[in-house]
Design a protein around this ligand. Sequence first.
Ligand code: F6R
Length: 260
Amino acid sequence: MEIIIQKTAEEGSAVGGRIVAKLVQVKPKAILGLATGSTPVQLYKEMIKWHKEQGLDFSKVTTFNLDEYVGLAADHHASYHRFMNEHLFDELNVPPESIHIPDGLTENLAEHCAAYEQSVQEAGGIDLQVLGIGSDGHLGFNEPTSSFASHTRIKTLDEQTVEDNQRFFKEGEEVPRHVITMGLGSIMEARTCLVLAFGENKADAVAEMVEGAVSSMIPATILQFHRDTRLILDEAAASKLKKADYYKWVYSNKPEWQQY
Ligand code: F6R
């Protein structure tokens, strides 16, 4: 795992933006896996900047989002569909037919999940999967004890995640407990994983993910087995890493051809 520690979330997101841009430059038909939540918002701003200021073309890119709440329509104010339009797709030239987000209103969940997984395969698999990490160590909505072999399916949110995500809902509105999420097995199939974590409330989960024992109690630890995971942190999220100085040295001494 490559650990990239930057002073701030803004600087970290700029590094992430360069990683995405480099991929789309060399592979215009790249397949991107995308996440929602607060963490990737600045990364998406960077991607929009690349598009608007550097002319980076996303017209041949295909995207697959990680997850969606069961029961929320695409235009619900707290749906991940709406989130993606507001934070990325309204400003980028990815054709609507190349955007895939699980349908929270599907009438046949099992079939929908299997078809979603199938469409990732048919597209050729994910080149780069953007991920945030939950304060309980989840990836996507794969909560603690999720199977490491899991694929897209329905999951039930942990109380901690419901609490963490309440801020996206209006007062008095309940966070749906059920979600559709790509599995840990699906995530492991991505050729590159780009994980972002910012802020002190992610420090424990990050320390477990990087330096802890692999366990489904901390789902993100599965990435210790992934062949190309790049983890971008700010100082606060990196504050509990024992080997932070080593990771910083490695990053600042990368050979030029390896730099982002
Ligand atoms: C979102 C997702 C989640 C979030 C995680 C962190 O699509 O899959 O795993 O990445 O809950 O959320 P934030 O970034 O809001 O702290």
